[in-house]
Design a protein around this ligand. Structure first.
Ligand code: ADP
Ligand code: MG
Length: 254
């Protein structure tokens, strides 16, 4: 179970979650994408039919069966993977479940997903652009976290609070593994080249893996999201889009 996390917005968490899910499905894996962001961008990017329920309606429920989840909230997308969709309501969780008041609030998502854990080979969780209750829950439920990083000045400094949060979450999830950081929205210019080189060396020094695969900047990701399809399916031959297939091969050895 892999969480995509990063404190900032607009760094390609959702794009990556959707395309990693689709890429794993293309490789024949049974995949569930969990949209744990109230903005519901991942839901919009891969499902357009009406929904009967969403993550909010089952958040923290620990008496649901796999069957109930599969029949009532989890939907099958047209892209070869399943989706546990989000809605605006989910923003209530940040307010309702204050982690600092009760650490058990960190276990809500893990509880929800427990019955379906074994039905999927990969569960990919998209999280919101902050380090609140929803992200903490994603990190507690996950076995691994993947972190998208945009090549910007001080990009690596910005990782500090995420790494702190990961350390705190290890109280509830001791084996949470940082699978690695991958660069996204990379442009071909000397500034990006320098930043990438610095980021790679300082992260490697910190003992954090940086994937060789990087995702270049291309309009194709936005276009695909507009059409409600993962880019790896909408533009299967586009070189920069195909990088997500390389990324899943590198990350999951599939
Ligand atoms: P987050 O979930 O971290 O907020 P998104 O995945 O929604 O980020 O991406 C933010 C915006 O950047 C979206 O409009 C998306 O289409 C676009 N985007 C994502 N990846 C790339 C890329 N490699 N090249 C260009 N645009 C991208
Ligand atoms: Mg997002």
């Amino acid at each position: 179970m892999v969480a995509l996390a990063m404190e900032k917005g607009g760094v390609a968490k959702t794009t990556s979650a959707v395309n990693i899910a689709a890429a794993l499905a293309l490789k024949g894996k049974r995949v569930l994408l969990v949209d744990s962001d109230p903005q519901a961008n991942a839901t919009a990017a891969c499902y357009s039919k009406e929904l009967e329920g969403d993550l909010y309606t089952v958040y923290g429920e620990d008496e649901l069966t796999a069957e109930a989840l599969m029949n009532n909230v989890i939907v099958e997308t047209e892209h070869g993977f399943h989706l546990l969709p989000s809605s605006r309501d989910l923003s209530g969780i940040e307010g309702e479940a204050l982690l600092k008041d009760n650490p058990a609030y960190g276990l809500l998502l893990a509880k929800t997903l427990e019955p379906v854990r074994d039905l999927f080979e990969y569960i990919i969780i998209d999280s919101p652009p902050n380090l609140g209750t929803l992200t903490a829950n994603a990190l507690v439920a996950a076995t691994d976290v993947m972190i998208p990083l945009q090549p910007e000045m001080h990009a690596v400094d910005g990782l500090g609070s995420l790494i702190d949060t990961i350390s705190k979450v290890r109280v509830l999830n001791p084996y949470l593994n940082i699978a690695g950081i991958f660069l996204t929205m990379v442009e071909r210019n000397s500034l990006h080249r320098d930043i990438e080189e610095d980021a790679r060396s300082s992260l490697t020094e910190m003992g954090v893996k940086v994937f060789d695969t990087k995702i270049k900047r291309t309009i194709k990701f936005g276009q695909a999201a507009d059409r409600g399809r993962p880019a790896v399916l909408e533009f299967p031959k586009h070189h920069s889009v195909r990088a997500y297939l390389d990324l899943v091969e590198e990350a999951f050895d599939v």
